[in-house]
Design a binder for this molecule. Structure first.
Ligand SMILES: [Zn+2]
Length: 375
């Protein structure tokens, strides 16, 4: 990557973005805290704060107690001044979320709907989004943007869904998916979206790998505030790493991939496709399911240890199974620690913050980010 020297316009823009981000990250912040955190002069900060107040994004909320001299002024974000919609398309469901500028989840709904590339599917999706916004009680003009997450590889320019095995798509135009959404809208891969949601608000220096354990296994590589997508946009397809050469056949046709061992299907195939029921019966002590679960955790610990060895950063377990992992994360950490060459514990292994709504939140965050970057 080549670095170019920032022009004055770039510097002004970067300052503006940094000021709004710093204010959005807290409930209230004082004038000295802002200048110290941003390492820019108070007149520059003040100019930006004034403009953000004029835009209705920041408000002055009195003063902090004085530590001698004048009381420092205090500012707070108007988090709900702008909102964004996230849409998560899966094979059989649509998830919708509304978030505010700080990334806080305002509402979430998920309904059954079988995916189709027909225009009627997307027209109904557009109508569902409109109803969802109305039911939130917020004026639609506060919605600044939307994002759609789906299980597929999106072209670098965002114009084409290159491939989606789950949705049965090859080189499908993105515009077909977004044209009935009345807000600026872009597509994002579902695992990348979920990873983005998990990383939001953390230090820009944090690295992590997100492992999505849903009806298929996927993931995202999240170095220092960005994505690593690879030369062919296929990075993070952990479901097709080889776990057992000559093992079970994967949906991709190859033998021994991670997917047929670690997807949610491996579990819910024992409870009529109902993952909730699997975990209920597991907790109730069903012997057969205990055995299935122990095998699953063993296989998963190999996958996770390989990720830790490859990337040397936090690993976040998410997807449908991640949503049920709370009571078992310690067991899984123990298994991972046993495999590790260098570490005694596996505290690098983290549970996802979001459950079913993760990808939709990440998609909505792309709308928030676009708004902030263009301020
Ligand atoms: Zn495979």
């Amino acid at each position: 990557m080549t670095r170019r020297k920032a022009s004055n316009i770039d510097v002004r823009k970067v300052n503006r973005i940094n000021v709004i981000r710093a204010i959005l990250a807290c409930e209230r912040i004082s004038q000295p805290e802002l200048t110290q955190q941003l390492e820019i002069s108070w007149p520059t900060v003040l100019q930006n704060v004034k403009e953000l107040i004029d835009l209705g994004l920041v408000e002055e909320v009195g003063a902090f107690a004085s530590t001698g001299g004048r009381k420092p002024r205090a500012f707070a974000p108007v988090k709900d001044a702008k909102l964004a919609i996230g849409i998560d398309i899966t094979q059989n469901h649509i998830g919708l979320v509304l978030i505010n500028l700080a990334g806080d989840l305002i509402s979430f709904t998920r309904s059954k709907k079988t995916f189709s590339m027909d225009d009627s599917y997307f027209r109904e999706l557009g109508q569902a989004v409109d109803r969802f916004v109305l039911s939130s009680g917020y004026e639609p003009d506060r919605v600044t943007g939307a994002g759609i997450s789906l299980p597929g590889i999106i072209s670098a320019d965002g114009g084409v869904i290159n491939y989606s095995h789950v949705l049965g798509l090859v080189n499908a135009p993105a515009r077909a998916c977004t044209k009935h959404i009345k807000y600026p809208c872009a597509l994002i891969n579902d695992a990348n979206a979920a990873g983005l949601a998990e990383m939001y608000g953390l230090s820009e220096h944090s690295n992590a790998v997100y492992l999505s354990l849903s009806n298929s296994v996927g993931g995202a590589i999240l170095p220092a505030g960005g994505f690593y997508e690879g030369d062919n946009l296929r990075a993070g397809e952990f479901g097709h790493n080889t776990l057992y050469p000559a093992g079970k056949t994967c949906y991709c046709g190859k033998k021994g991939c991670v997917d047929p061992y670690c997807s949610a299907r491996v579990l819910h195939e024992h409870t009529n496709g109902n993952l909730n029921l699997f975990f209920e019966e597991l907790a109730a002590g069903d012997d057969k399911l205990q055995e299935v679960w122990q095998d699953y955790l063993q296989d998963l610990s190999i996958v996770i240890n390989n990720l830790r060895m490859t990337f040397d950063c936090d690993v976040i377990v998410g997807g449908y199974v991640g949503g049920f992992m709370e009571d078992y994360i310690y067991d899984l950490q123990q298994l991972c620690a046993k495999r590790n060459t260098f570490e005694q514990d596996a505290s690098y292994l983290r549970l996802c913050k979001y459950k079913l709504e993760a990808s939709a939140v990440g998609a909505a965050l792309t709308g928030v980010e676009k708004y902030i970057i263009n301020l």
